[in-house]
Design a protein around this ligand. Structure first.
Ligand code: ADP
Ligand code: MG
Length: 721
């Protein structure tokens, strides 16, 4: 089996003859298609609605639906689906065909505006945290006109939000759109301090998706990978990433063929994928697009994950998005490069050429720092999950503490700002602003090379990079919390500055003095040192940053009074929604650990232990025979073997004992009805047992005859040839 897997040749890729310009976006109902398939007047109305975020009339919807259908049918499509992001990993679709009765006993193909705009999928089985008890189990999906429809396989997909009968969000898109609006509103008010013509502030996201590839046949022989997405046991390979020869190394031809196929498939769907490279761990890779507005970027990330799963299968690979599929080597993240910009073209985290631009830059940067400081526990909760918990805090990923890396030059500017006196500030209010050093900021970015890989949230020259996001996560979770927190902070900043101005302070001075206050207040969040070190954990605790490491307790941050109030003020989540979502988070956490416990229990008792015992009997048999042959003369010859026999026996009994204890703990935990307490029990008593079982099983892997070992080993799983 192994040899066959390694001998596979790269699957042929149908490389289009045209350049990407020709096929880019050909599967998207984009502006060009809208123009082609919609009456001029409908096209204008639709664009206006997209631009101003206003609803469209039923008449326009009918016409758009008809145009979309004609385009889709011309492309061989006969089904459509509302495509949404429920509170699970991934996306949901329920397909319907375009057929309707024609009233004469036959059928016609039809797609009405009503069906385009809103539907009621009977999706009562999606997680909802108790919002929809069965008698009001209706959930509605409604078209998000800001994200274009696209063709996936033979289905027209219409991006939608998913809400309950009573209006609560049951998905990721609804609160994301609300957070985008909140940051637009508050950001615009602040941006107008610098440019009175600003009408909108936009949010951008450029994600970097890390993933592993595993040969399909080896994957199929690992029930843990198939069921949980990660290896629950497996001893480290002697060679792993210690030579750092994989990172940015030559891409194996089989993988390159996969990547090319993936890129073409993505570009046809209008996903602007641009960068690809090997990552640090063997078999680990990364893919990144050109950044886009966050709502579209997030749809594209989710779409990429589905497409990648399909394309991998075409190449006899399985793609792993799990944050920690293999112990002992790097896990996978999804860096969220995030920035804000105005409709006038200013990028708000990019320093400009004039002191005025730089004051705007410093204003937005300092407000982000203040927001991340105020809500550091919440931001950690936004990226936490049962799977990402393996990565955070481990020694190759950001720690389970949120801090901001600024780089030395920006740090110097912040220092200067903080240490200037009131007198300095009032003299800076005029032209003297130059002396603050703000005018020197442009130089900073030319040489912004001191990147810090250990920071969970880093300033990287023209954007912030939220690196702690997990590779399997929906980016929306992080983007909702971050944008809402920043919106709230910007709003507060706007009122504070206005208060000062109302009391007679000049605007520039009011801005500077408020910034100075914020820099001093949020100092604790700024850390440019080594985030992996133990000293940092102690220091962070002293600074009052959230240092909780237990996932179920980290989720509490969503229900802390400051968070509930902030989400209420920004209109992103109601308290009911927050409570319901936390129920889902705790439940998901429990289910994931429960599944791992079941799978590992089975692997341990039915795969590992029987083989260990069989091998042990062979050794015992050998010892007995040697004794028969040599009598006491065999003592010398059998002493090593006897030690191995004892070692195996001890480990086998430790495994069986721990599995039994774990089963008992599970029974106890399952009897707890409160989701939060049950998740805590799974975290405290069941998750640790997984590690104990693994430790013994991995030792057995080293002791037992290679021919008998029932699972593919790391050294086979990790090196694609
Ligand atoms: P690196 O690995 O060096 O961080 P990559 O090229 O892999 O960089 O990815 C950087 C990502 O950041 C890309 O998706 C890129 O489009 C995105 N990006 C660049 N500038 C911005 C910006 N101003 N706002 C948001 N994302 C950005
Ligand atoms: Mg990056």
């Amino acid at each position: 089996m192994v040899a066959e897997a390694f001998d596979r040749k790269a699957a042929p890729v149908a490389i289009p003859e045209q350049s990407p310009e020709k096929y880019y976006g050909e599967l998207v109902f984009n502006r060009q298609r809208m123009f082609e398939y919609l009456p001029k007047e409908v096209y204008d109305e639709l664009l206006k609605a997209i631009e101003n975020k206003t609803p469209i009339s039923r008449r326009i919807a009918d016409s758009v639906a008809d145009g979309m259908r004609r385009w889709a049918v011309e492309n061989g499509v006969h089904h459509y689906t509302h495509w949404f992001h429920p509170l699970t990993d991934g996306t949901a679709e329920k397909h319907d065909s375009f057929i309707e009765h024609d009233g004469k006993g036959g059928i016609i193909e039809e797609f009405s505006g009503k069906l385009l705009v809103q539907q009621e999928p009977d999706a009562s089985s999606f997680p909802n945290g108790g919002i929809r008890n069965t008698f009001e189990a209706r959930g509605y999906s409604a078209w998000d006109i800001s994200s274009p429809a696209f063709i996936l396989g033979s289905t027209l997909c219409i991006p939608t939000i998913f809400i309950s009968y009573t209006g609560e969000s049951l998905d990721y898109k609804t609160p994301l759109l609300r957070a985008i609006n909140a940051v637009d509103k508050a950001g615009t008010k602040v941006a107008r301090f610098f440019d009175s013509e600003v009408k909108h502030v936009r949010t951008f996201l450029g994600w970097e998706q890390e993933y592993f590839l595993v040969d399909e046949s080896l994957y199929s022989a690992r029930p843990d990978l198939v069921m949980t997405g990660r290896t629950l046991l497996g001893h480290e390979s002697p060679k792993n990433q210690q030579f750092e020869d994989h990172y940015f190394g030559a891409i194996p031809s089989r993988v390159e063929a996969f990547m090319l196929d993936l890129e073409i498939s993505c570009q046809r769907l209008g996903i602007p994928v641009k960068t690809r490279h090997n990552e640090v761990a063997p078999n680990q890779f990364e893919c990144a697009p050109i950044y886009e507005e966050v709502n579209l970027a997030n749809d594209h990330n989710l779409l990429l994950m589905s497409v990648m799963t399909e394309v991998a299968r075409r190449h006899n690979f399985r793609v792993l998005f799990h944050e920690k599929p293999f112990a002992g080597i790097n896990g996978s993240g999804k860096h969220n490069n995030w920035s804000l910009g105005t409709d006038r073209g200013a990028m708000l985290f990019s320093p400009g050429k004039t002191p005025e631009d730089n004051l705007q830059f410093i204003t937005f940067v300092v407000n982000v720092m203040a927001a991340v400081h105020r809500f550091n526990g919440l931001l950690k909760a936004s990226i936490m999950s049962a799977t990402n918990a393996h990565r955070l805090g481990a020694n190759e990923a950001p720690p389970a503490i949120i801090s901001i890396f600024t780089g030395s030059q920006l740090a110097a500017v912040l220092d200067m700002l903080e240490n200037s006196s009131d007198a300095d500030l009032s003299s800076l209010a005029g032209k003297a602003g130059y002396s603050l050093g703000l005018s020197q900021i442009p130089e900073i970015l030319i040489d912004n090379t001191d990147r810090n890989r250990t920071s969970p949230f880093a300033f990287t020259g023209n954007r912030f990079e939220f690196r702690a996001v997990g590779s399997s996560a929906n980016c929306a979770s992080a983007m909702i919390a971050l944008n809402a927190a920043v919106a709230d902070q910007l709003d507060r900043f706007h009122s504070e500055v206005n208060n000062r101005v109302a009391n007679g302070m000049p605007l520039r001075e009011a801005i500077l003095s408020e910034l100075r206050k914020l820099v001093a207040q949020s100092k604790a969040i700024h850390f440019d040192g080594n985030g992996y070190s133990d000293e940092w954990k102690e220091e962070a605790a002293r600074r009052g940053l959230d240092c909780e490491t237990s996932a179920p307790l980290i989720f509490d941050a969503y229900l802390a009074p400051e968070a509930v109030e902030m989400f209420d003020r920004t209109g992103v989540f109601s308290k009911v929604e927050l409570q319901a979502r936390n129920e889902v988070k705790w439940e998901m956490y429990t289910k994931k650990i429960q599944l791992e416990a079941r799978v590992l229990g089975d692997l341990a008792l039915n795969h590992i232990v029987p083989v260990a015992r069989r091998y042990q009997s062979m050794l015992v048999d050998n010892v007995v025979k040697l004794r028969e042959l040599y009598g006491h003369g065999a003592d010398d010859l059998t002493s090593d073997e006897l030690r191995t026999i004892e070692n195996i026996a001890r480990r086998v009994s430790a495994i069986t004992r721990t599995v039994n204890e774990m089963v008992n703990e599970r029974k106890k935990a399952n009897a707890i009805s409160d989701q939060r307490s049950r998740a805590i029990a799974y975290h405290d008593t069941i998750a640790p047992a997984l590690n104990v079982i693994r430790r013994h099983a991995d030792k057995l892997e080293l002791l037992i005859d290679n021919e008998m070992w029932p699972l593919p080993k790391y050294r086979e799983l990790l090196f694609i040839r």
